[in-house]
Design a protein around this ligand. Structure first.
Ligand SMILES: [Cu+2]
Length: 185
């Protein structure tokens, strides 16, 4: 018997449903309960025999949730220091660690792609976490072309299921023009 790794409030119905399926499976005897094989990420029948096993740990997304980069726009030319703001519709922003369905925090991927939505998002210079619930930031990027993409993830930095991601945009960073010097001290 294993215990669930984590038990977010929102996952309770899934766990209960999984348990009921398992109970049903046991009642059918040797029937390998085909419904369970479709469940989430290809659990084997042996794993599914443990009532707690079906929990994958991913928080539910919403198909109508919309994540987008409000600024800059795709194709924009920006200075080396520039602002980025994040847009989200039909979903909420909550700080990292707040485990509540229908919420997440922003992650900005710079010149990177979301490799595996079932894993926590890495934390490095190409994967920025906004765990305080921020909805904008300033970036300092090297000259040249870069891609930006937003990914929402849950309290444990794992993307939702289905993942909530923005379109990946391309921008070109050029040398900032210094504002004119008004006066010398
Ligand atoms: Cu995060």
């Amino acid at each position: 018997m294993s215990t669930p790794r984590r038990t977010p409030l929102g996952s309770t119905p899934l766990v209960v449903a999984g348990f009921m399926l398992l109970a049903g499976g046991a009642a059918w005897g040797a029937d390998p309960t085909p419904a369970l094989q479709d469940h989430d990420h290809g659990l084997s029948v042996a794993q599914a025999a443990e009532p707690a096993a079906p929990k994958t740990g991913r928080s539910p997304g919403r198909k109508d949730a919309q994540l987008y980069i409000g600024w800059p726009n795709d194709g924009d030319v920006v200075a080396t220091h520039f602002k980025v703001w994040f847009g989200l519709r039909n979903f909420g922003v909550a700080p990292a660690g707040v485990d509540r369905d229908g919420t997440g925090h922003h992650h900005l991927l710079i010149d990177a792609a979301l490799d595996n939505p079932a894993e926590p998002i890495p934390n490095d210079k190409q994967h920025l976490h906004f765990g305080a619930g921020q909805t904008e930031t300033y970036l300092d990027l090297a000259l040249g072309r870069h891609t930006l993409q937003l990914v929402l993830a849950d309290a444990n930095h794992v993307p939702h299921d289905p993942p909530i991601v923005s379109k990946k945009i391309s921008i070109t960073v050029v040398q900032s023009r210094r504002p004119p010097q008004v006066s010398e001290r």
